[in-house]
Write a protein that binds this ligand. Structure first.
Ligand code: ZN
Length: 288
């Protein structure tokens, strides 16, 4: 009798124990409830730069969303509200039209916001704002991001430094890969609708010839002249980006028997995008 009682008691206790384990929701691992640093950037590739250095310490908002051109975009009222809340604005600082038109107004909206010039230290090509499209420039940009985050949040300096180191390594690897990809390309000239690739071309010994002239659609005469030039130089590649009209590019590619390459200078996944741009472009330029 005593044994049975003990057995029953034992079963009851074990059941209760399991029930307790099973039904008690596991305590979530307590996250440091520090609020994130709210950061604004102008274009999507900068979001990768800031997120890779800032990690979980930053919340990044992009002003010019995917699919829009930083040469023409105007912010929505909801975005101006976000600017009111931001602690840092990482400006590209290279003369992007959006920043020329809006940065002073955004400063008026939030006078406490720290505005940082990401291009500080980059060797500039006259009137070319597309500084981010060179991994070597990207290294300078992320260093500027790092310095700013340490200045704003010195307590997490070690964390930022580790993140920076890892990302710089990836950029170095990317730079090496691109160099290798273009090392055996003999005809190093390509046509491009919008001349975004000046820094990229400079770093890897290429030449871009733009279809668009000073931000405007080409005239019939300038298209004809370009076709003539392309035939003379045996150019076989025409580069276009999703932000622009490709009709004239198509006409030129047809006339020279060339290939159109679609590339996005504004993709957020910077490293993988540049890797794919380089591989597509070098492959097309290597075709005989
Ligand atoms: Zn552009």
């Amino acid at each position: 009798m005593k044994k049975i009682l003990l057995l029953v008691l034992g079963i009851v206790l074990i059941t209760m124990l399991f029930a307790t384990i099973f039904f008690t929701s596991p305590r979530s691992i307590s996250k440091k409830n520090e609020s994130k640093i709210m950061v604004i950037v102008t274009i999507p590739p900068q979001a990768e730069f800031v997120e890779r250095v800032g990690g979980e310490r930053v919340q990044v908002i992009v002003m010019v969303p995917p699919g829009f051109s930083p040469h023409t975009y105007e912010p929505k009222p909801s975005q101006l509200k976000e600017v009111e809340e931001a602690e840092i604005y990482f400006a590209m600082g290279s003369g992007i039209d959006f920043e020329i038109a809006w940065l002073n107004k955004l400063r008026e909206i939030n006078r406490a916001m720290l505005i940082v010039n990401c291009s500080e230290g980059i060797q500039r090509i006259d009137r070319d704002p597309h500084v981010w499209l060179s991994p070597r420039n990207a290294k300078i940009i992320v260093n500027n991001v790092y310095k700013t985050l340490v200045q704003v949040d010195p307590a997490n300096k070690e964390y930022y430094r580790e993140n920076l180191g890892a990302y710089l390594q990836e950029l170095d690897d990317l730079d090496g890969e691109i160099k290798t990809l273009f090392s055996n390309v003999t005809n190093r000239i390509f046509i491009v609708y919008h001349p975004s690739w000046g820094y990229f071309a400079r770093d890897y010994g290429l030449i871009q010839i733009p279809i668009e002239r000073e931000g405007k659609e080409p005239t019939a005469a300038s298209i004809a002249a370009l076709i003539e030039q392309a035939k003379r130089l045996n150019i076989k590649v025409v580069v276009v980006s999703p932000q622009f009209n490709v009709k004239s590019a198509k006409v030129i590619a047809d006339e020279i028997g060339g290939k159109i390459i679609f590339v996005d200078p504004l993709a957020k996944d910077y490293i993988s995008n540049l890797r794919s741009v380089a591989s597509k472009l070098s492959e097309a330029m290597s075709q005989k």
